[in-house]
Write a protein that binds this ligand. Structure first.
Ligand SMILES: Nc1ncnc2c1ncn2[C@@H]1O[C@H](COP(=O)(O)OP(=O)(O)O)[C@@H](O)[C@H]1O
Ligand SMILES: [Mg+2]
Length: 363
């Protein structure tokens, strides 16, 4: 038994984590990787010039639903693993750093900036742990293939977590065919492993029937903020651009599979079905703040809200909202108010424990 399995076991015995059969194969795989990495000769060691360098061990792509322990396991691994140069970074921050370096490289000289940037990153870290890989932006999508190619070539070992399987990455993006080689590269160079734990450990902190909050008030604002904190372990998310068939959908806050908007950001702008679909494909939970009561003169907003809820419903996305009215009172009169009944009924269903994926019904 390697050191990582021991560390996992220690935590379990201390009562910090519950036994989870689905996590065990991931721990074992990470444990093996930690052993392989520790066995690699350190650069500059005695006689290292005479030895043929060992091929680096295969890294890992760990994917699964949110709250399953992907980040927890990767961090446990990162803490235990004996590698001289290791770097652990959120994928979003990593890509920001990459773009900054590319910018600099292009200013000074290089026509091909990606290769030297990959080389520089590789020289700083033998092991790169990237949390929450998610590709939503065309600027990222068009460079990750060559960037990762360069990193692998330089012997960088990559461990990454993602809420999406590789083939789901950048699903609605423009020029996706140019992105497909990256998916191939991941399959080839990383062991792709799914963490299908039955438990969403973060979801346990949420009561489904308290996710549609009325009316709009400082109290419900605070409750929504509390739900955000419970589901994301952050106070605020990072802004993000989601590429939707060549346009940009601006997500004001994103974290841990959650996206956060105000009603006006989502339904008072000229957004349509592809935007809502991209949202549903990239996030597991959507927060919508300050849904107003909609009069007959706001039929366009009402129509968009119906589209949004239908899309989230069809894609089984969870919703957290603050609203002036309960579902039945949002759009009481106006064009298509009758059909709004279906949306209201869906909104109610989306507050049920079973919608939130809970086995035990709450009272
Ligand atoms: N086996 C477990 N027992 C108890 N809590 C766990 C277990 N695995 C994960 N957690 C906790 O659940 C929360 C979500 O885990 P996290 O690793 O952030 O999930 P993910 O990265 O898959 O979204 C964290 O607070 C984590 O410490
Ligand atoms: Mg995570």
């Amino acid at each position: 038994m390697g050191s990582l399995l021991e560390a996992y076991e220690r935590r379990r015995q201390a009562g910090e984590i519950r036994p989870d059969a689905a996590q065990l194969p991931v721990v074992q795989r990470l444990d093996r990787l930690a052993d392989d990495l520790a066995r690699l000769p350190q650069a500059g060691g005695l006689f290292s010039v005479f030895r043929k360098p060992l091929p680096p061990p295969k890294g890992l792509y760990i994917h699964g639903e949110v709250g399953r322990g992907k980040t927890m396991l990767m961090d446990l691994f990162f803490g235990e693993v004996q590698v001289a140069r290791k770097r652990r970074v959120h994928f979003h921050a990593f890509m920001q750093d990459v773009h900054a370096r590319l910018h600099q490289a292009r200013q000074s000289h290089a026509r091909d900036a990606i290769a030297p940037v990959a080389k520089a990153i590789a020289s700083e870290a033998r092991l790169l742990c990237l949390d929450e890989m998610q590709i939503t932006d065309i600027a990222d999508a068009m460079i990750v293939g060559r960037l990762f190619e360069g990193l692998f070539q330089a012997g960088t070992v990559i461990v990454t977590t993602s809420n999406l399987a590789p083939q789901e990455l950048y699903r609605d993006g423009l020029n996706r065919h140019l992105f497909l080689p990256f998916i191939g590269l991941i399959g080839e160079r990383l062991d792709v492993i799914a963490l299908h734990s039955a438990t969403d450990y973060r979801l346990g902190r949420v009561k489904a029937h308290e996710t549609f909050l009325t009316p709009i008030s400082p109290e419900t604002d605070a409750k929504l903020q509390d739900l955000w904190r419970r589901l994301t372990d952050t106070e605020a998310g990072e802004p993000m651009e989601v590429d939707v068939l060549g346009r940009k959908l601006h997500v004001p806050q994103a974290a841990h599979g959650c996206a956060r908007f105000t009603f006006s950001e989502l339904c008072e702008k000229p957004l349509g079905p592809p935007d809502y679909l991209a949202l549903a494909h990239n996030f597991r939970t959507v927060f919508v703040e300050h849904v107003p009561q909609l009069g007959p003169e706001r039929r366009n907003e009402a129509k968009r809200f119906v589209l949004l809820i239908d899309t989230l419903y069809d894609e089984k996305v969870r919703l957290v909202a603050t609203s002036a009215q309960g579902p039945d009172g949002i759009y009481p009169a106006g064009d298509h108010a009758f059909e709004f009944g279906r949306t209201a009924s869906r909104l109610k269903e989306m507050q049920s424990a079973s919608w939130w994926g809970k086995k035990i019904a709450e009272t």
